[in-house]
Design a protein around this ligand. Structure first.
Ligand code: CDP
Ligand code: CDP
Length: 223
């Protein structure tokens, strides 16, 4: 069993998990696990291979054999390479998130990804972001954070992200997408999105990125 310290950061779409994880990992010089990217990759690969989301055995096979590398880039952003192709951008769309949340409800897919996720816990430490990092994947984590924010605030953040990338969307459409994905992630049978019993919940609706990062680092230092 690896003894590297782990900080888990769970929460719904747009709560700031990815951004906060990158900043916290950079401050501590720790590794990072973007577990959502794994579910996005399984969905992407399944669509690419024409595999039906109803074929759970084929999905689990894809999850088990994912040939993926996460390459650190300047600024802390990870380049995601699937079978030699850079898919960093294509797996980030809202439709890829929606597809990810469908394959993420399949228990054999979750099981196939479990050990791969745990292997990221290497010294000097790991910041892991997702939905079940504190509840299932790293139940003994050093510090567990659960980020929240209202659906409206999260949709505003997504809208800004899309606009920054020259893409179009409506706020109402994004609120409805986010609520639909929240409901699927929170109400599924396996590893539903919920705070671990020992998680610190942080509502980021009115907090800047720096304020959230300071709070997480403060909780880690004073644990
Ligand atoms: O990973 P997750 O979907 O939870 O959220 P994200 O992609 O890290 O963050 C969504 C957007 O919210 C990013 O553009 C952040 O810059 C912004 N944001 C934030 O993460 N935290 C705040 N306290 C305020 C804004
Ligand atoms: O960044 P955002 O919160 O929008 O999505 P993500 O973290 O990349 O996750 C995409 C989807 O993967 C989520 O809606 C979940 O259904 C699923 N997921 C999961 O089930 N368990 C995780 N540990 C991470 C993601």
């Amino acid at each position: 069993m690896n003894e590297a310290p782990v900080i888990t950061i769970d929460g719904p779409a747009g709560s700031g998990k990815g951004t906060i994880s990158q900043h916290v990992a950079k401050k501590l010089s720790w590794h990072i696990l973007d577990s959502g990217a794994l579910y996005r990759l399984v969905a992407y690969a399944a669509l690419d291979k024409g595999c039906s989301f109803g074929d759970h055995d084929a999905l689990a096979d894809i999850a088990r054999n994912l040939d993926v590398s996460f390459l650190p880039q300047q600024g802390g952003v990870l380049k995601v390479v699937l079978e030699g192709t850079d898919v960093s951008q294509s797996i980030r769309s809202e439709s890829a998130g929606e597809a990810a949340s469908k394959v993420a409800a399949v228990i054999s897919v979750r099981e196939a990804l479990l050990e791969r996720q745990r292997a990221f816990a290497e010294p000097p430490g790991l910041v892991a972001d997702g939905r079940d990092m504190g509840t299932v994947v790293f139940p003994n984590a050093t510090l567990k954070i659960y980020l929240t924010a209202s659906a409206e605030v999260r949709a505003q953040r997504r809208l800004k992200q899309l606009k920054d990338h020259g893409l179009n969307a409506t706020l109402a459409g994004l609120v409805s997408d986010i609520q639909e994905r929240d409901a699927r992630d929170m109400n599924r049978e396996h590893s539903p999105l919920r705070p671990a019993a020992d998680a610190h919940t942080v509502d980021t609706s009115n907090l800047s990125i720096d304020e959230v990062v300071s709070k997480v680092i403060g909780l880690y230092e004073n644990r």
